[in-house]
Design a protein around this ligand. Structure first.
Ligand code: ADP
Length: 411
């Protein structure tokens, strides 16, 4: 019932509160998730605050009397960017005037709990507006998806669970938005700035240990530059220092994977690639001693679309590479599109015409040209095909939390 201006004030205050607590939140996030403290401090938490600032703006600009909050919203999020995923969900819902029940991932609930504590302690939101429920997916997530009094569910996670959520939501036909898996291609043309492409492809797959739904996990490089690009990426892979996320002084650049389950899964995919005949150029090694789940940055060659680890989402620091031998853009696009996913892609070329033609042919919700993993709260993000439906960020995201009502008055 709050006015748009009132909601906006709450969201600005929340953003400032997050900034004030950013050190504590960064440390908590690194301890919980394992990623390097430099990343939580310089990337995750600043993006969280920015996201609240951005949506505070939308809230105040909602002058339309025909848009109404959708109601009670259930939000289920994963462990790869725990607080950022919470922000992507909470900020637009509050901006739209909805109430929220958030379920963080069982592996990483701490930062969302701390955020709620901060909000409660400061008396920032009216009681009951933001609620956090922790627990396992089947025990705490599934009841949200099926609950008859929840009007909308927003989910980020695996495609497999996304399908379960869709089924569970059918009881009351609640609105569903899904941000699911990916197997994003990075396509390098021979006229690209090759040094920039090498850097971009490497960070596209290795950022956040490859535990990123839009990771550029399949490299397609033109045969004229394939060797140079793969060798360059392999060099970077070799140079990345793997170690505990809190060991900033020792220069840890990549932490452990989030859990033993994830470690086993990634190692299993590396083994399956080798069995299918792929060649490991660098990495392929892993260390699960002392309770750490370390997987070294890995690049495979001699891979093709028939291999399981080229088709399925690995969600780890593992890059598969293929040569582009054909200059026809349609055939390049059909190889790049040859997966059930359609979340993102990057295209590397100095020819703006080639880049845009490729962008048009790629079936994905995000196409980066000469960059990868670039995000902004104003840019809508989401998937084609089995990467989900609906968009997060941008005004598109506000639409997820609003109903349109036409009231006609006979004067
Ligand atoms: P991942 O495989 O990356 O761990 P999941 O899709 O399993 O991703 O998990 C993402 C989120 O979905 C987590 O919060 C998890 O607890 C939740 N979840 C898992 N299974 C279900 C389910 N059957 N119903 C609702 N939520 C679930």
């Amino acid at each position: 019932k709050l006015s748009p201006f009132e909601r906006s004030k709450y969201l600005y205050a929340l953003a400032r509160m997050i900034q004030k607590n950013s050190r504590f939140l960064s440390v908590l996030e690194t301890i919980d998730n394992g990623k390097p403290i430099r990343e939580t401090r310089d990337i995750d938490i600043p993006l969280v605050a920015r996201h609240f600032y951005y949506h505070a703006g939308w809230s105040a600009k909602d002058t339309s009397s025909k848009n109404k909050p959708i109601g009670v919203v259930g939000q289920i999020i994963p462990w790869n960017f725990p607080l950022l995923m919470a922000a992507w969900k909470i900020a637009p819902a509050l901006a739209a005037g909805c109430t929220v029940i958030l379920k963080p991932a069982e592996q990483t609930p701490l930062s969302a709990l701390r955020l709620t504590e901060i909000i409660n302690d400061s008396g920032l939101l009216p009681k009951g507006v933001l609620n956090v429920i922790t627990g396992l997916g089947e025990e705490a997530g599934a009841p949200i998806a099926s609950h008859p009094d929840i009007d909308k569910v927003a989910f980020t996670g695996s495609t497999e669970v996304g399908k379960l959520i869709t089924k569970a939501s059918a009881g009351n036909l609640k609105k569903v938005t899904l941000e699911l898996g990916g197997k994003s291609p990075a396509i390098v043309f021979p006229d690209a700035d090759i040094d920039a492409a090498i850097q971009g492809v490497a960070s596209g797959i290795f950022f956040n240990h490859g535990q990123t739904c839009c990771a550029g996990s399949r490299l397609f490089a033109h045969e004229k530059v394939y060797d140079k690009v793969t060798e360059g990426v392999a060099e970077i892979a070799k140079s990345i220092k793997v170690g505990p996320g809190m060991n900033d002084k020792d220069g840890s650049q990549m932490g452990p994977l989030v859990s033993n389950e994830q470690y086993e899964k990634v190692v299993g995919y590396m083994e399956s690639g080798k069995q299918d005949g792929a060649e490991c150029l660098v990495g392929g090694t892993h260390d699960n001693s002392n309770g750490g789940h370390f997987v070294h940055p890995t690049v495979f060659s001699k891979t093709n679309a028939d291999m399981k680890f080229v088709q399925e989402e690995i969600f780890g620091p593992v890059l598969t590479t293929q040569k582009i031998t054909d200059d026809d853009l349609n055939s390049i696009a059909s190889e790049a599109n040859n997966t059930e996913f359609g979340l993102a892609a990057s295209v590397w070329s100095k020819d703006i015409s080639t880049a845009h033609k490729m962008a048009a042919k790629i079936k994905a919700g995000t196409v980066w040209i000469n960059c990868h993993n670039v995000f902004d709260s104003a840019l809508p993000f989401g998937g084609y095909k089995q990467s989900g439906n609906g968009r997060e960020m941008g005004f598109e995201c506000m639409d997820n939390y609003l109903e349109t009502k036409a009231v006609t008055v006979n004067l």
